[in-house]
Design a protein around this ligand. Structure first.
Ligand SMILES: *[C@@H]1O[C@H](CO)[C@@H](O)[C@H](O)[C@H]1NC(C)=O
Length: 312
């Protein structure tokens, strides 16, 4: 009898494990087949070989690209080189990238590991670039001032905070003011993988300013990309493993209220809720993480691989 009970319990445990594993695979979209959707005129961006995880395009067509991300469990083609910020002028016929020099007080450039980036332009047209950085796999935000003539980034400040433990993406709303996603609640990689595997949905979004830091939204199954509408009224947060985009209204006091949740579904059918403009199964680009549009052209970046520039 006791043996039977143990066997039953083991069976039940195994069934639960199987069930959990299949939902985990579903959250990761592990078995989705990708049918290609092509664009007429695509070229690799020369000079991008080891990632273009995030891209930010200024209204004048200058694009910042964060390159060389090292992230636990993700491939790197340049594991021994620090990351860099690249600049690309989308007004050029066949734009190439150049590496922005980093100047000022930033001393530990060998551990520079840029992830999400965002720009803020102040009333005097000074451009600030805010960069999520992972020196030694920790999380900081580096504030730079863009020196367009010198093609360099002047380091202003490093921001660390206990509410910024596992940063992924950022959207700047001032020179030292931003919303940022924490893709995990924990800092420890072992606890992070359990958090993700169990689907705890403890990932959250923080509002940061020099005077005030607070949780702005929480309960995400891996909060990933974050952005703001051009008029500054709405904040968008992508929830990676739930395949959802959350739309928030931003108030004058910087709090966010949820307006709606878009489930990205039926994208490969005749009646998609979102239009698919480009799809590819990994032979051209691996690990796509960002896409941005400038004057009818689409710039697509990847976590660790190349970048592609296409006519829409
Ligand atoms: C922020 O503003 C919103 C909208 O005016 C209001 O509902 C909310 O109570 C305010 N929250 C705080 C913490 O001040």
């Amino acid at each position: 009898m006791a043996k039977l009970t143990v066997l039953t319990l083991m069976g039940l445990g195994l069934a639960l494990f199987r069930d959990h594993r299949s939902s985990y695979e579903e959250r990761l979209n592990a078995f989705r087949e990708v049918k290609p959707v092509e664009l007429p005129n695509c070229n690799f961006v020369k000079g991008v070989e080891a990632g273009s995880e995030d891209i930010e395009i200024l209204p004048n067509g200058l694009a910042f690209i964060s390159s060389g991300l090292k992230y636990p469990g993700i491939k790197s083609f340049e594991p021994d080189k620090p990351g860099k910020i690249l600049l690309m002028d989308l007004n050029e016929e066949d734009p190439a990238v150049l590496e922005l020099k980093i100047t000022g007080s930033k001393s530990d450039l060998s551990s520079f590991n840029p992830h999400g980036i965002s720009t803020f332009t102040d009333e005097d047209n000074a451009v600030y670039l805010l960069v999520v950085n992972h020196p030694d796999f920790k999380s900081t935000v580096e504030v730079f001032k863009f020196q367009e003539e010198e093609k360099s980034l002047l380091h202003q400040k490093t921001i660390r905070h206990k509410l910024l433990p596992s940063l992924n993406d950022i959207v700047a709303v001032g020179p030292e003011h931003f919303y940022a996603t924490n893709d995990h609640y924990f800092i420890d990689p072992y606890l992070q993988s359990w958090e993700m595997y169990l689907g705890l949905a403890w990932s959250y979004v923080v509002y940061y300013s020099p005077d005030e830091v607070r949780v702005a939204a929480e309960g995400f199954d891996f909060a990933n990309g974050i952005n703001i509408s051009p008029d500054g009224k709405y904040v968008y947060i992508s929830e990676l493993l739930a395949h959802k985009i959350h739309v928030y209204e931003k108030h004058a006091n910087w709090t966010l209220t949820l307006l709606k949740v878009l489930r990205i579904q039926n994208i490969l059918t005749e009646e998609p809720k979102v239009k698919l403009v480009y799809a590819e199964n990994g032979t051209v680009l691996q690990g796509c993480s960002v896409a941005s549009v400038y004057k009818g052209k689409l710039l697509i970046g990847t976590v660790y691989h190349k970048a592609l520039y296409c006519e829409l």
